[in-house]
Every structure is written in structure tokens, then in C-alpha cells.
Design a protein around this ligand. Sequence first.
Ligand SMILES: Nc1nc2c(ncn2[C@@H]2O[C@H](COP(=O)(O)OP(=O)(O)OP(=O)(O)O)[C@@H](O)[C@H]2O)c(=O)[nH]1
Length: 354
Amino acid sequence: MNDVVSVTLLTGFLGAGKTTLINYFLSHHGDASVAILENEFGAVNIDGALLRDGENVHVVELSNGCVCCSVRGEFTAALNELLDKRASGEMRFERLIVETTGLADPAPVIQTFFVQERLREALRLDAVVTLVDCRHIQRQLDEHPVAAAQIGFADRILLTKADLCDEEEQNQALARIHRINNKAEIFHITQGECPAALWLDIAAFELSDGNALSQGFHIIRAADVQAPRFMPFRQPVGGMRSWDDAIQAHVFEAGRLDLKKIGAFMESCIARYGNDMLRYKGVLAVDDNPRRLIVQGVHKVAGFDYGAPWGGQEPVLSRLVIIGRYLPLDALRAAFLAAEITTAMGETAPDAKR
Ligand SMILES: Nc1nc2c(ncn2[C@@H]2O[C@H](COP(=O)(O)OP(=O)(O)OP(=O)(O)O)[C@@H](O)[C@H]2O)c(=O)[nH]1
């Protein structure tokens, strides 16, 4: 086993496709020996549950805050713990992928790898890889400065969801990305389909200036414009920057849900509040379906898919996390609960353990 662990910092705004990319990698590299540090903004970590398992795939979850600010100490502790377990043989992994929350500023996360001597020696930051949602990036850049920071720090950019955009929209997104960062190569990917060689072990962090690697894949070279170089944000005096207070993660929980009712709830919620629903994802138990219903969305683009069956022992619990702002929470919570299946006696269905 190599002594130094190669680290990929995977960033990109909420819903850009980070987990999808990791899953694609895992499903095509069954022998992968990898630790994945998953950071979620909300208290409930849905991504961890959506990642594929593997013998040497270790998923560590850090929830309830961003590794760039509120749980930064936990992040350092988690890195040290991973190294301890690797040294003792309890865990085997050759590489580490850190998936930040979609709201994370990469700068303090990058710093973490250089602050402690032990981390500096045992970990090598290979690249900051940023996923950019072609469909939503203009709006994200207009409304959230951190989206620009994520693009600005990228050694490599993977442009997702171009399949949802026409050519003009794609060109506009590219031009804007290029104005922020004109050094990172940009690759189109759809549904995470990306050869590992394009984002893992690319040694782009240290050589990021002037070391453009051409892999002969679908490379988009935006015009060679003179653009201002990206400048990182300054930390405000007196502490860490925290995110716009208006943005919060909300968790909705219930037992089994009536598919028609929850479908109608989601539809009306997205139609009315989609603009303020930055990101939502959920694992739901519906009707008497033995499989989980996975809900995913960014603003008004939503997807529903049946995932793995519920395990025999685990409580059947429907969970929806919405990261949003200005949402009428009480009304939404009541409407969500109203979709719960009840017995003739008015009680929730028997396996709805909460
Ligand atoms: N149409 C389309 N959908 C995509 C693409 N890539 C990802 N998605 C979908 O976008 C949604 C969000 O993808 P995730 O991989 O969960 O995004 P994420 O960046 O991990 O999200 P957060 O962890 O919440 O920030 C999912 O429904 C994906 O299936 C793509 O290239 N095209």
C-alpha cells in the first residue's frame, strides 16, 4: 500500500452531480480501495445512503454543517481518524475522496490539508475537481458567491446536465465559467459518466498553473479570452464566514406514504416554491412497494427513481431533506404528514416506525 494517500476534493454547488460521479466510479471499479468523506449541510445524511458499497469502500459521514466552517474541527478529526485506522490496518484504502457540501467554500477545506504536519505528510491533495450544473449555474452564480469560489479554485471542471440545456445555454454557461477560471480544463459529463483518469490521480493541484493535460476526451476549449484571474474571498474579521442565514436544511419525516398524495405534494411544492428550493433529496417508503423511492431535485428539475429494497431489520422511514430559503415550513410539514398512510382507525400504518 502506498504510504501517501491521494486526495481528491470534490466540490460543486448543491445538486451539481458529485454523488452521481462517485457512484459511477464505484460501479465501474468494483475493486476500488477508497475512503469517501461525505459532508452534508443538513443533520440527515442522505448521500451516504445513496452511495454504493464495496469491500474496500469506506464512507464516513460528516453531517450538520460545512467542513469549510461549522464542522471544520470535526473534519480535521475525521481525517486523523481515517489515517489512524489505515495505519492500524482496520481500514484499507489507497485514495480519499472528500465530497464537500454544495455550499462549501473550498479555500478553508484546502488549507486543512496543509495546516497539520501529520496531514501534510500523509495526504497529497491531487486536485480540486468542481462539478458545475450547466442548467442552474447562471442563477447560482448570481445568488451565491460561493458558487464562484468553487469554480475559481477548480483544477478541473466537470460540466454536468448539459443534456438539459440547448447550445446557447451551454455556451453562456461556459463563457461565464471561463471568466472566473480560465486555467482549468472543462469536460462535459452526463449522469456521472466520466473515465476515472479524468478526475482521479491527475496531479493537477500542485501543477495547476500552466500544466494543461489533454486526454483526448471531449474537451471544450473556450475562447482564449483575457479574463481577470479569480481572487479568493477574504475571511471577515472576527471568525469564519457562515452561509446566508436564510438557507437552511429542513428534514421531513413520516412513515409509509401514499404515492398519489406524496406525488401531488411534491408537484405543488416544486411548482410553488421551486425557486427557493435549492436542493432536495429524499428516501421514501410508498404504498406497499418493497423498494425505496428516491427523490432528487434542484429548483424545478426533479427526478424520482426506485432504489434498493428496504432491509428486513431497518425501520421503514420516509425522509425528505429540503435545503431552501423562505419556505412556509409548518404548512409544508403538515402537507407532508398528510400524505402518510393511515389505518381505518386513523393511526399511521403499522410499519411506520418513527
Ligand atoms: N439530467 C442530468 N441529471 C444529472 C446529471 N448528473 C446528475 N444528475 C442528477 O442531478 C441530481 C443531483 O445529483 P447528485 O449527484 O446527488 O448531486 P450532488 O452534487 O451530490 O448534490 P448535493 O450533495 O446535494 O450537493 C440527481 O437527480 C442526479 O441524477 C446529468 O448530467 N444530467
